[in-house]
Design a protein around this ligand. Structure first.
Ligand code: UD1
Length: 422
């Protein structure tokens, strides 16, 4: 497994381009199953998760090609199979996005249950609740969930509130299925993430009739047929946020281009409170940090609240702030595995239940650390940039799942990062 050797960095300077959003691209690839026409997705990141989704779809009979301009072209005209097997689903939970489209197009779907993962239990009950409300008969056996709707799906009123708020994944899955159901579906407590809106925009371009996608209450008037289209994936807000923290933590001066700052409001407001200078354009963000950083309080919330996918990076940033910062993770029950690793680098960090406390500024020193999940890995890379003597981050395959060319983008801004392949 590859590792990163990271040197303590000078302030990062320069311009970085943001890739397309992983969390839009994955369901949009699955949405190709809703049509027989060719779907062309532009601005798709080249990530391990995107390659895994490619394999999931190829396994179902979709022909997927990457064009010379980097766009993904998906031809589902010969896709007849309805089973997503264990070998693929266990590698990526987001394989669940094939359930809704398969059920809507073929009246059946079978998926290996995704099981738990490093950041908590992550059930799929809300996905199944929504698909059952549309008329699916659901059973489980031998580690698989079986969904059947021989008579087709019918629109329904569905509330997607869960114990920890709503679910982006369930909202998208049910929205995709409802697009081809008979009659009207009304989703309440639907997720408001920009990726949900982006999928709704794509489905409407395919011929769906969705209003309020990404607005909490979403209405879907089912149609009989969806067509192939070309769609451009929105920029990855979490990648942009991670580079903003990289600039802030190193006292740098970075232009983040091809992003959408409007999708990062909660993150940018907090950076400003901490003392980071920001200039926002429509597609660019300038991040400058010189002054000592102030400590902060944050609690993760469904969008438009502070994203759980930025929590770990802000734990790394808190080690450079002057005072005690408090970070509450309210979405996932076990998303603090970066805390003991940051402690190995010298962070004064404690976890009590869902609350993480960091007393800064911490004298960060060199140590080998182990990445446990995607965003935890990003936090360790950020901490490595300010650790005296740098650090060695083991098991960086998580980063390759979700960040396109992270190390080369950081190196172009002046960081010293070497990938060691084994
Ligand atoms: C998506 C993102 C992930 C992000 C997360 C929260 C993708 C591929 N992944 O994951 O990067 O961290 O949103 O912003 O888009 N829940 C249930 N039952 C369900 C589904 C979810 O209880 O059926 C719970 C989850 O355990 C969690 C919360 O709802 O506590 C939010 O989960 P959800 O928004 O569904 O996350 P994902 O779509 O899995």
């Amino acid at each position: 497994m590859d590792k990163f050797k990271i040197e303590r960095s000078e302030p990062l300077c320069g311009r970085v381009h943001i890739s397309g959003a992983k969390n839009s691209c994955l369901p949009q690839m699955a949405a190709a199953l809703l049509t027989e026409g060719t779907v062309r997705l532009e601005n798709t990141p080249d990530l391990v998760d995107v390659r895994t989704m490619t394999q999931v779809l190829e396994n179902l009979g979709v022909v997927v090609e990457r064009a010379v301009d980097g766009a993904l072209e998906l031809d589902p005209s010969q896709a007849r199979r309805v089973t997503a097997p264990y070998e693929l689903v266990r590698r990526m939970r987001a394989s669940y996005y094939v359930m809704g489209p398969l059920l809507a197009r073929h009246g059946q779907a079978e998926m290996s249950l995704p099981g738990g993962c490093a950041i908590g239990q992550r059930p799929i009950d809300l996905h199944l609740k929504g698909l059952a409300a549309l008329g699916a008969e659901i059973s489980t056996s031998e580690g698989f969930v079986h969904l059947r709707a021989p008579g087709g799906l019918r629109g329904a009123r569905i509330d997607l509130a869960g114990e920890h708020g709503t679910s982006a994944g369930a909202t998208i899955n049910v929205m995709m299925a409802a697009s081809l159901a008979e009659g009207r579906t009304v989703l309440t407590s639907a997720a408001r993430e920009p990726e949900v809106e982006d999928v709704a925009v794509m489905l409407n371009a395919m011929g769906a009739s969705i209003t309020g996608g990404g607005e909490g209450v979403t209405e879907i008037e089912g149609v009989r047929h969806l067509s192939g289209i070309t769609h451009r994936v929105i920029p990855d807000r979490i990648e942009a946020g991670t580079f903003a923290v990289a600039a802030a933590i190193t006292g740098g001066d970075v232009v983040i281009s091809d992003c959408n700052p409007a999708h990062l409001t909660a993150v940018l407001e907090l950076l400003q409170q901490i003392g980071v200078d920001l200039e926002q354009g429509r597609k660019t963000l300038l991040v400058r940090s010189h002054a000592p950083l102030r400590p902060f309080q944050l609690e993760t919330k469904p969008y438009p609240g502070f994203p759980t996918d930025m929590q770990a990076q802000f734990c790394a940033l808190a080690t450079c702030c002057h005072g005690t910062s408090t970070i509450v993770e309210s979405i996932f029950e076990n998303r603090a595995m970066h805390a003991p690793e940051l402690a190995r680098l010298g962070a004064d960090i404690e976890v009590h239940g869902r609350t993480i406390t960091v007393r800064g500024p911490c004298a960060m020193t060199s140590a080998p650390v182990m990445a446990s999940d995607l965003r935890a890995s990003a936090a360790l890379v950020l901490a490595g940039l300010v650790a005296a003597g740098g650090c060695l981050v083991n098991r960086i395959y998580h980063l390759d799942r979700g960040y396109e060319n992270l190390e080369s983008k950081l190196v172009r801004l002046g960081a010293g990062i070497l990938r060691i392949s084994e």
